[in-house]
Structure formats: structure tokens, C-alpha cells
Design a protein around this ligand. Sequence first.
Ligand SMILES: Cc1cc2nc3c(=O)[nH]c(=O)nc-3n(C[C@H](O)[C@H](O)[C@H](O)COP(=O)(O)O)c2cc1C
Length: 360
Amino acid sequence: MDLNALEGRARSALDQAAYDFIAGGADDERTLADNVAAWQRLRLRPHVLRDVSAVSCQTTVLGTPVSMPVLVGPTAFHRLTHPEGECATARAAAAAGTVMTVSTMATISLEEVAAAAAGAPRWFQIYVFTDRGLSAGLVERAVTAGYEALVLTVDVVVAGNRRRDERNGFALPEGLRPANVDLGPVVPDPYRVPGSGGSELASFVAGSFDPAVTLDDIAWLSELSGLPVLIKGVLRGDDAQRCIEAGAAGIIVSNHGGRQLDTAIATAEALPEVVASAGPDVEVYVDGGIRRGTDIVKALALGARGVLIGRPVMWGLATGGSQGVQDVLDGFRAELALALALCGCPSVADLTLDLVKHGL
Ligand SMILES: Cc1cc2nc3c(=O)[nH]c(=O)nc-3n(C[C@H](O)[C@H](O)[C@H](O)COP(=O)(O)O)c2cc1C
């Protein structure tokens, strides 16, 4: 799978502002680059002379069987890249035998996305809005529509400084809006210098997202939904511990794909600390810069239950619609199977910490 070439094709297919919105990160994009580089820096210590005549990528996530430990992460605005938007992605995830996480900022309603791949497992990503009623309404709809877990994203208390979007004056094209929420009035963002231009997304965040979200909101969402709540955006062991004590069912180690706090630690580097602190009974996931089957092997060897994919899904959608996303997901599965075989591991359960060489 050549994800660089795929990104190149997506870039040609999209207008500059849409491409930059997806590809870009915060400020100088150090974390964006480091996410990819940190997986690449790790080196593998493969086993030999083990029977790998049958290799399986199958596992479970929160008890749900999946064909591989690779999930579709939540990304906003899929109709920015393809008219079938999130419905196309949902069909691809179902065909690939994995979970799709649907973003609150989806451009198709959460009910329609659910109906597009009825019976497939899916999670719903949520933000805590200043208007708690808005979040509660979404949660109730997600429960009714059969979503199996909530992913509470906690690293967007305010919008990161996405300079490409500011430069482009990023705004959704005419006729394209978030379909799940009627966001409040667009307000000036207090973290931006007046007159510096602006991104519509930063204004959404400033107008609607609650910077006063705390650990108490985990129990609130858990009781309200009756669903497992995973906390996405954790980079420290102590925070993971506090989330679990507050009722989190799982942790997603993430820095939002380098789109929030620039120079935040790469997720490959944060993962071991979070795994150690979460203990053996809580599932830990990781996203950010996963581009190869070997990256997945490293993440699982370091203790992750699975990985989530952001941008490559968008490149697949932009270039090939549902089939394009499925090709990306199938590509990850094929690369994972190959990496497992070459590591002497017939299953993902055989991936242990000693496969990764530390201290480079
Ligand atoms: C275009 C784009 C939109 C995103 N939208 C959301 C979102 O709505 N909710 C969320 O929790 N994370 C969002 N993210 C972050 C992703 O879930 C994920 O953390 C990140 O993309 C993973 O890194 P990767 O793109 O290197 O795979 C978005 C990321 C991108 C690239």
C-alpha cells in the first residue's frame, strides 16, 4: 500500500483548502510529523522458527469481534471529500469487518450513517458542549441508533492553531453543514488575534465547546448512555488513571493527529506510560501517524488493544469513495498480516513488548 501516492491523488482531487484542512496540523506541525516519525524510529526484534503458516489479524474491541485491530477513527466532514460522505465510510468499515467511529461533526446524521451499514459495530464520538442539553440529545440519539460505545474527545477544549486553515480562511462549502448538531452562533475566537483571518471550525469550537469539561462529565455520560465511554486525547499515565477512576471504560492515546497542541509528545512515545498506568483490565487504543502494518505491530506490542486511523481513510474516500476506504482498510490488514508473519507471530495475541527495541 502506497499511502503517500494515495495522498498525492487525494490532493489533486480536492481543492487546496479542503486538502489543507485534512492534512494540516497545529502551528509548526512538529507533532504532526513526529507522530509518523516516532513509529518509524522504533525497531522490531522479530522471532524466527515459529510456525506462521496460518496468521490471523482477528481480535475483539470492547468485546466485539473485528477482523483486525484497526478501527476507523472519528474525522469531521466526510462530505468535504466525497458526496456519499460518512455513509460511504460506514459501508467500507462494515465490509472490512471493523468498527467505524462516527464524529459529532459528521456531515450526515448519525441515524443515516447507522442505517447505511445496519448491523455493523459502530462507536459515536462526542464533545461536551457548553449547552449540556445539546450533548445529552446527541447521546440519546446515538443510543437509540444502536451505537455501542461513546468516544469522548477531551483534547479540543479550545481549537488548536491550525495555520493552514487560517491562511485559507477555511469554511465549509455552501450547503455543507454538520448534520448532527445545530451549532451556536459563530463567535470570535478569543485565542486568535483579531484580523488574523480565521477558520470556521475554530469559531464553532469557540461558540459551542465547553472548556470547563472535567472528569465529572465521564460519569455523567456513562450514566446517561449506559454505554462504555472511551476517553480520547490522553497523553499521560496520571490522566489515564484519573479517567479510569472516574468511570472510563477505555483510553485512546491521541494528540488529535497533531492538530491541537503543537510539540505535544508523539503518541508512540506516550503509549507505554498510559498502558502501564491503565493496567491489564482496561483497553488502551492509540492513533496518530499509523501508516504501515509494522506501526500496528509496534502499537500492539507496546500494549495497545488496537489503533485508529484518521487521514488515510479520508484519502481513500477522496479518491475512491467507499471502495477507496475499503482498499485502505484491506491494505492495512494485509500489511499487518505480513508483519505478523515476519515477526514470527501467528496472531495479534502473540505480540509482546520484547518485540520492540527501545532506547534509540
Ligand atoms: C480532517 C480531520 C478531522 C478530524 N475530526 C475529528 C473529530 O471530529 N473528532 C475527533 O475526536 N477527532 C477528530 N480528528 C482526529 C482524529 O480522530 C485522529 O485523532 C487523528 O486524525 C489520527 O491521526 P492520523 O490522521 O495521523 O491517523 C480529526 C482529524 C482529521 C485529520
